[in-house]
Design a protein around this ligand. Structure first.
Ligand code: SF4
Length: 703
């Protein structure tokens, strides 16, 4: 691209802001917000505004394939042919000796939809294992399971434009002011214009989102379901239930009603640590709402009872009938730019393309027939954490990691380290040497990054956008599509004779025909010429579907939504004790993204919070003789972290917070938060319990 301008989409979070990229042959790439884009209307957050630094700085890029012939050999530069011949030879030999389930792929919610589709076809259709999972498992798998249990299928029902039509927002387990900034800005702008708009935030921390709220319920971590049931009880008792909607469009209400009415508001207030009057006030605000949006993210999803938390929250939308109408509905916030696209193509170990289920023999046959393969294994694939367990135990021998950094992002980093060290063969396909995981690679494959390849992504509101290629990748880096296609051909697999990324997109679209995510009529031309579309787009000329369930018909056999009864109301995580008296909760900060492989090299983004700090309540700090700025040692069953303390009353007593981003191989890894986190996962979604690890905190004393 020489002195040119293209329209594309931000590659950071699931908001999916439109960006105009200008490439000047002298000054390189620069970015501005796209004023015509329906998501951000020209606005960009700090990360989006600084995207060009990541593109222009190629100093840490992997420029050519590198390989070592054995664990004792150093890495050396090789050709693409040599690299992929070796990958094919090693994978074939391991599969021959130990079976298909001895290998696995761990991919990313930052992959484009075409890449996601291709690698799932390769692994599930041709390598004959379902061991393919994505880092979206750490992010939204509980929400996926919650939607399926409630609506019959994974379906985010709302559009961002519902923000301007709502008058009540319940933000729970999320800090969009920092993590989905442009969406939150839209909520703030709406409230500025309509001061009667109410924002309720449920969070153990007084975040920037909570500061902007009318009511902050500073909950004790893990007690969300108790609080939602208390809200439901009050809503029913005050006559705010939408009885017509419940009668005509839901199932299982009686059981739910009996359960919530048997709860006690006073007891809930005590268990949740939330004043009784605040619970009543929140319920009354929700009850009076004309348009009620509930927004949530990792605070609910990343929990040992994450799916139950999701269904308990979804029950509030059913109870009040706030679904399928303007300004109303549940709205899970996806963390990654294409987590939703990954869901469309079945990019997880338990899913198949177009929302089909791996455990359904009819679905397996349909997908196998479509791909022209004999069958798809019925054995469930290993999920993110299970794959690393299997590597550690030796059950799995080889892993191919694409665009993600599990050494920093998975819980219990020491276990991940052992797993990668124990693997017979590790392939890392990434853009930069920066990833801590790459030091374990036996084969390092240079991938093209954002702007260096084309494809599509889907944001949190089901909006599909086309991302054009704007610049060439440095060195010998190839697009993920090209790398995977070449590998498939080395394995002599048929079905990978794609001439372009568009061909892969067309195959994916064909598969969606007559499904609930039908985009069979949405081609690259429409995306390039007309802009973005929300699925389904089930006809030529169809404008896309902003809101689902307007007809009140859900995807269950009865077409009714289901009130789910949680299997566990109380949190099942290990509770604080004498040895580990604090609850550690982890999360994002405003200017960093994931494991900082991109944002960490932008000096402007390092000024906001330059190093990890432990947020601790003044009462807890006083008891432990910790002053603001002291170095503290945080210890859990799994490991230790040494960071500075930030003493602040923004966090509840008994709870401490660490950002999840840091982890570069520095100071003996003592700044890596996931040294501490526990290995518990939700039994259904298998999403890790990042928000609840018991720890001790002590002032660091130099030996
Ligand atoms: Fe990018 Fe998300 Fe910021 Fe929008 S809100 S500019 S998508 S990081």
């Amino acid at each position: 691209m020489q002195n040119s301008e293209i329209k594309t989409t931000c590659s950071y979070c699931g908001v999916g802001c439109g960006i105009i990229v200008t490439n000047d042959s002298k000054n390189g790439v620069s970015v501005t917000g796209d004023k015509d884009h329906p998501v951000n209307r020209g606005m960009l957050c700090s990360k989006g505004m600084n995207l060009h630094y990541v593109v222009n700085d190629t100093s840490d890029r992997i420029l050519y394939p590198e390989m070592r012939w054995s664990k004792s050999h150093p890495m050396e530069r090789v050709s693409w042919d040599t690299a992929l011949d070796r990958a094919a030879a090693v994978f074939s030999s391991i599969i021959k000796k130990h079976g298909p389930d001895s290998v696995g792929f761990y991919i990313s919610g930052q992959c484009l939809t075409e890449e996601y589709y291709l690698v799932n076809k390769l692994v599930k259709g041709f390598l004959k294992t379902n061991n393919i999972d994505t880092n979206s498992r750490l992010c939204m798998s509980s929400a996926v399971a919650g939607y399926k249990k409630t609506f019959g299928e994974d379906s985010v029902p709302i559009a961002y434009d519902d923000i301007e039509l709502a008058d009540t927002f319940l933000i729970t387990g999320a800090n969009p002011a920092w993590c989905h900034p442009i969406l939150f800005r839209r909520i703030e702008q709406h409230k500025e214009k309509n001061p009667k708009t109410k924002i309720i935030v449920i969070d153990p921390r007084r975040t920037d989102s909570a500061i902007a709220a009318d009511l902050h319920l500073q909950i004790i971590p893990g007690t969300d379901i108790i609080l939602y049931h208390a809200l439901a009880k009050r809503l029913i008792e005050k006559g705010y239930a939408d009885n017509d909607f419940i009668k005509n469009h839901t199932e299982n209400f009686k059981l739910y009603k009996d359960l919530v009415l048997s709860s006690s508001l006073e007891k809930a207030s005590k268990l949740c640590g939330v004043p009784l009057n605040d619970i009543k006030l929140a319920a009354d605000i929700i009850g009076k709402a004309k348009g009620f949006l509930s927004l949530w993210a990792m605070g609910l999803n990343q929990s040992a009872i994450g799916v139950d938390k999701n269904t308990a929250l979804l029950n509030l939308s059913l109870l009040t009938g706030h679904i399928g109408k303007p300004g109303s509905g549940p709205f899970s916030l996806t963390g990654q730019p294409n987590a939703m696209g990954g869901r469309e193509v079945g990019g997880m170990a338990n899913l198949l393309a177009v929302h089909k289920e791996l455990n359904n023999p009819v679905h397996r046959k349909e997908v196998a027939d479509f791909w022209g393969v004999e069958d798809i294994s019925e054995k469930p694939g290993l999920t993110a954490t299970e794959m690393f367990d299997a590597l550690e135990s030796g059950k799995m021998k080889a892993i191919w990691v694409i665009c993600t950094n599990p050494m920093v992002s998975l819980p219990d980093s020491r276990r991940v380290e052992k797993a990668l060290a124990n693997a017979k063969f590790v392939v890392v396909q990434d853009i930069s040497h920066n990833a801590d995981t790459s030091k374990f690679a036996d084969l390092l494959l240079p991938a093209a990054g954002w702007l260096e390849k084309e494809g599509t992504m889907t944001n949190s509101e089901r909006r599909i956008s086309y991302l054009p290629k704007g610049i060439n990748a440095p060195g010998e880096a190839l697009s993920d599509v090209e790398i995977l296609t070449r590998f498939a051909k080395k394995m002599n697999f048929t079905g990978f004779n794609f001439n372009s990324t568009e061909d892969i997109y067309k195959e994916h679209c064909l598969m969606t025909k007559n499904t609930n995510i039908d985009i069979s009529f949405l081609n690259y031309n429409r995306l390039k010429n007309e802009g973005t579309f929300q699925w389904p787009v089930p006809d030529y000329g169809h404008p896309g579907t902003p809101r689902l369930f307007s007809d009140k018909k859900f995807y269950t056999p009865s077409q009714k939504a289901i009130f789910n009864i949680p299997t566990a109301i109380e949190n099942t995580s290990e509770q604080p004790n004498d040895q580990f008296p604090y609850i550690l909760t982890t999360g994002r900060i405003r200017d960093q993204w994931h494991t900082m492989t991109k944002t960490g090299k932008v000096s402007r983004l390092m000024t906001h919070i330059p190093s990890p700090v432990l947020e601790i309540n003044p009462i807890d700090a006083y008891k432990a003789s910790i002053n603001n700025g002291d170095i503290v040692v945080v210890t859990s069953k799994n490991g230790t972290v040494r960071v500075k303390a930030k003493v602040a009353d923004t966090i509840r007593e008994g709870v401490v917070f660490l950002p999840m981003h840091w982890g570069k191989q520095l100071e003996n890894d003592l700044n890596r938060t996931n040294n501490l986190t526990n290995t518990l996962v939700d039994p259904v979604s298998k999403e890790p319990d990042f928000k609840f690890t018991t720890v001790s905190v002590a002032k660091y004393v130099k030996p």
